[in-house]
Design a binder for this molecule. Structure first.
Ligand code: WTA
Length: 627
């Protein structure tokens, strides 16, 4: 148990100076079919191997390991969006369902190392499917339910997925989303997919393709309740999760078994200070990494009760989250700043209507939390008594990297404070030299950590290039964020340094949106930038040049927004569309995004414009804004 900031510092030092001892001790808490020979192999950077020679299973460690002591404890408490949908699965029940579904996959011919695409609503069966894959060594590739058919096609094909697990439909703000229909569209262009398993969730009418599509309830009937967990190598691939990079092609982040298990376990335990009777609620969708690590794997490996809510925070009313906190007496609550800002806008009445006194600890993730939102969260939701953990991390890092420890680290609103155990974070200049306090620079991690990504699926070269090339001589991981440490050494994250936007806590590449736009027949050229958005943090602004014969105006803007939604998903739909006859460029033809950002934010452009090819372009753009 750590109680003071001094104790944290001592243990932190130890974790950095003797990482193998530190992580070896943590790993000893788990069940191993065979103990590892070596904690860390970093002989061939950037390709790390953790717990080499060991054999284990994450599904076993999340389920079987708890059966004796916690078999009847709720593992998952689930609430569907339609109000009367409620379910509780104990550890014993979850174990049984996972074993059955693992047998279903085995019966369908799934082998260890096969990839399975999962495109589902936030229902217990999603967790069951994940844990079943992990049990037999199949690699899950979960695709957020808000992505459209073309986005699904790219991700299924890149991972060569053989199976798709989906549902007939899902609910969002009372509307039906026809997931299976989207899958049907996608599967026209995915040659590797053999079968599709379909959960009945919304009971909407769907087409079942004979020979390809199978109902979940049919295949589960009669499946055996016993399925031994595969004895997998520590470095056996666990999952692929796609995230946006600075090019149009999403990156398939690969995580492997043992290191991810150890990292998410320890961060969950310390950052959320879990106690045996706690009800823990992370509001993230499992389609994002936060859901993987802190709705499913981290809490279950700790034997905790994890709450899952299927739907929107404002359905049927803006107090939905608070009614859930009250009903289940939630103790630990973890959400995103974009949600907090939305709640602020919806007013204090909704939370005040409910008894939130069960809350003990609040968390934040996904983007910098502005001090105003931090204070509101602390006062109105936390009643002034709950510590807030502002956790910085990424899909790539697998688990939380920079965070306060509740009750130990003195917090400052807006700062993620200090690195977690084993995380050697620093702020450096472009040569990799550590900067003095107060100077902003690149956020890097100087040493490998257990839950780090292992590569990009099928693309070792891009993995090296994106994360390791910049500081290759030093062997530092470049996070892609800017940061600064204040006079007390606290880390403040300044945001992305590449062309990646953070829209409502979700990463979005400007290039992806641009490619979608230019795929529209009317568009000749497009540039996408972020602008400050009151709720989303960053909004999407698109500047487009239309081809001859196409007319600008609201109708065209709406058509383009819909087009992006169809190509990628609703999160990518531009908030602003600016029509322009040309885009401001440098002499070498590079679009000057800085200037476009100024236009999108409605501010005067300052700084160097000498490389601007045609100053008239900017003047025209501005003039048009005023029209
Ligand atoms: C941003 C989400 C400031 C950051 C877990 C990072 C944050 C990207 C924070 C990763 C935070 C995440 N403060 N910025 N507490 N947490 N970010 O992969 O820019 O969806 O690089 O992982 O979100 O987003 P991702």
């Amino acid at each position: 148990m750590i109680r003071t900031q001094e104790e944290y510092q001592q243990l932190y030092r130890k974790s950095i100076d003797l990482p193998e001892k530190f992580w070896g001790d943590v790993a000893s808490e788990f069940h191993w079919f065979r103990k590892w020979d070596r904690v860390l192999n970093w002989e061939n950077p950037p390709f790390a191997k953790w717990f080499e020679g060991g054999k284990t299973n994450l599904s076993y460690n999340c389920l079987d390991r708890h059966l004796a002591a916690r078999g009847n404890k709720p593992a998952i408490i689930w609430e569907g969006e339609p109000n009367e949908d409620r379910r509780v699965l104990t550890y014993a029940e979850l174990h049984r369902e996972v074993c059955k579904f693992a047998n279903v996959l085995l019966n369908q011919g799934v082998k260890a190392g096969d990839t399975i695409a999962i495109y589902m609503p936030l229902v217990p069966e999603l967790a069951i499917a994940m844990l079943a894959c992990a049990r037999i060594g199949a690699i899950h590739s979960i695709i957020f339910g808000g992505f459209s058919a073309p986005a699904l096609v790219d991700r299924i094909n890149d991972a060569s997925s053989k199976f798709v697990i989906t549902a007939d439909g899902s609910w969002r703000r009372g509307n039906l989303i026809e997931l299976k229909k989207i899958v049907d569209d996608a599967l026209k262009n995915t040659p590797t997919v053999k079968n599709c398993i379909v959960l009945r969730r919304a009971a909407n009418a769907i087409d079942m393709v004979s020979g390809r599509d199978l109902w979940w309830h049919d295949v589960m009937t009669g499946a055996s309740e016993y399925c031994s967990a595969a004895e997998l190598d520590s470095e056996h691939p666990l999952f692929i999760l796609y995230t946006s990079g600075s090019t149009g092609k999403p990156k398939g982040i690969l995580h492997t078994t043992a290191g991810y298990m150890v990292g998410t376990h320890l961060t969950t335990k310390y950052v959320f200070d879990l106690r045996e009777q706690d009800v823990y609620w992370c509001t993230a969708d499992i389609g994002w990494v936060t859901g993987h690590s802190y709705v499913v794997y981290g809490p279950l490996s700790n034997g905790a009760t994890t709450l899952m809510y299927e739907g929107a925070p404002n359905y049927p009313d803006v107090d939905r989250f608070w009614s859930i906190v009250e009903r289940y007496k939630v103790n630990v609550f973890y959400t995103a700043p974009t949600a907090i800002r939305a709640f602020m806008k919806w007013g204090n009445e909704a939370p005040k209507k409910h008894d939130l006194s069960s809350l003990r600890l609040l968390g934040s993730v996904g983007e910098p939390i502005n001090p105003e939102a931090w204070i509101w969260y602390h006062e109105i939701i936390g009643g002034g008594r709950c510590p807030i953990v502002d956790t910085w991390w990424q899909t790539e890092t697998g688990g939380i990297m920079i965070t306060p420890l509740p009750g130990i680290t003195p917090t400052k609103p807006g700062s993620a404070t200090f690195p977690f155990f084993g995380v050697d974070a620093a702020v450096v200049d472009d040569k990799g030299e550590e900067l003095p306090l107060g100077q902003g620079g690149f956020l890097v991690i100087r040493k490998p950590w257990p839950s780090m990504l292992r590569t990009l699926w099928g693309d070792d070269a891009r993995f090296r290039e994106v994360y390791w090339a910049r500081f290759a001589d030093k062997g530092y991981y470049m996070a892609g964020d800017g940061a600064v440490r204040d006079e007390d050494g606290y880390f403040w994250i300044l945001g992305r340094i590449d062309d990646v936007l953070n829209v409502s806590g979700h990463r979005l590449s400007t290039m992806e949106v641009e490619s979608a736009l230019v795929a529209h027949e009317a568009v000749v050229e497009a540039a996408v930038v972020g602008f400050n958005h009151e709720v989303k943090g960053e909004g999407v602004a698109a500047f487009v040049t239309l081809g001859p014969g196409f007319e600008k105006g609201t109708k065209m803007a709406d058509a383009l927004k819909k087009h992006v939604r169809d190509m990628i998903g609703a999160i990518a739909a531009p908030d602003q569309i600016h029509f322009s006859e040309a885009l401001p460029k440098t002499r070498s033809g590079k679009i000057m995004r800085r200037l476009l950002r100024d236009v999108a934010n409605g501010v005067e452009s300052k700084g160097d414009m000498t490389t601007l090819e045609d100053l008239n372009v900017l003047a025209k753009l501005r003039q048009q804004e005023e029209e």
